[in-house]
Design a protein around this ligand. Structure first.
Ligand SMILES: Nc1ncnc2c1ncn2[C@@H]1O[C@H](COP(=O)(O)OP(=O)(O)OP(=O)(O)O)[C@@H](O)[C@H]1O
Ligand SMILES: [Mg+2]
Length: 287
């Protein structure tokens, strides 16, 4: 592990926690598709760069952010973006409270303000679902200034040195808008692919320690085949979603593998031809 990561980890958490946290990563944490990705992202975090995770649904983006939170023993605040996201849901809002018989106005801090002050992780999910005019409020938070003037209170907030921003996007999905260039420019970006091969097997075995080897082997073959067909352009990206594959394994521990794959993978796809193709592929792997 690169020394900048270790140094940062020790700084952000008590030393005795380090070993415990590393174990957590191995058991059910994010599994890197290659030997670099996980560590490269940690280097970005250690250097206090905002991190953008780009990848299809079920590729492990949220799991990765949670694993970083465990690794640095640092709480995480999440914001789920939608067209309704406004400055209040990011920064907080004013409310009326009664204190010692007096009526006062108090500001309830939102996730951005809390994470900045406490030095926590801010996870902004589906950042390209937000209306483009909402996010410029974060520009000064995301660049070298690492500060914000709260428009509701006038307070100038300088981020704690451990404050970390991680965002995730599914590029090109319905309802998303292309990310504004100035916003995108502030992030270091990583493509998060669907796992395959031995890494995929590791996730399956760690999530389903009691599953038979035969079931894991079958699902590995199906997973690899689905990924191949996605690359051939015959299936849409989500057909190879790791989330769906893991759902199929959990069903297949109780019902037939074919039905499990139908419900967890095939039925989610819009296109009838794709649904049929998946079930045909399954027929070749499951007798
Ligand atoms: N590389 C990986 N390592 C460990 N678990 C993974 C990995 N990829 C996917 N998973 C598992 O797949 C499931 C879906 O992952 P997750 O929710 O993180 O996906 P996501 O990329 O955030 O999807 P979405 O864009 O739909 O929010 C989880 O159960 C997660 O543990
Ligand atoms: Mg997610």
């Amino acid at each position: 592990m690169r020394s900048i990561i270790e140094k940062e980890q020790q700084k952000r958490q008590q030393k005795e926690h380090t070993i415990h946290m590393q174990r957590l990563i191995q058991e059910g944490g994010y599994i890197s598709p290659d030997e670099y990705l996980w560590e490269d992202i940690l280097v970005g975090v250690a250097l206090k760069k905002p991190i953008l995770l780009k990848g299809p649904s079920g590729a492990g983006k949220t799991k990765l952010a949670q694993s970083i939170s465990h690794f640095f023993n640092q709480p995480m605040h999440s914001v789920n973006c939608s067209v309704d996201l406004d400055a209040e849901s990011l920064l907080g809002f004013k409310t009326i409270v009664q204190k010692d018989g007096e009526t006062m106005i108090e500001f309830v801090e939102g996730p951005v303000v809390k994470a900045m002050k406490e030095g926590h992780i801010l996870y902004i999910d589906e950042i390209n679902m937000a209306k483009p005019e909402t996010l410029p409020i974060l520009h000064s938070v995301l660049d070298h200034r690492r500060m914000l003037t709260n428009p509701f209170t006038g307070e100038v907030i300088y981020a704690h040195e451990d404050f970390t921003v991680i965002s995730a996007i599914n590029e090109g999905y319905v309802g998303t808008s292309p990310m504004n260039e100035a916003l995108k420019n502030r992030f270091i970006s990583f493509s998060i692919p669907y796992l395959s091969g031995e890494e995929l097997r590791k996730v399956m075995e760690s999530d389903f320690p009691d599953a038979s080897k035969q079931l894991i082997d079958t699902m590995m073959n199906i997973g690899n085949e689905l990924k191949k067909q996605v690359m051939n352009g015959l299936l849409s990206d989500e057909a190879a979603s790791i989330r769906s594959l893991l759902d199929a394994i959990s069903l297949a521990e109780h019902i037939s593998v074919k039905r499990a794959i139908r419900y967890a993978i095939a039925e989610k796809l819009e296109d009838q031809i794709e649904r049929n193709l998946i079930m045909e592929l399954v027929d070749t792997w499951v007798k």
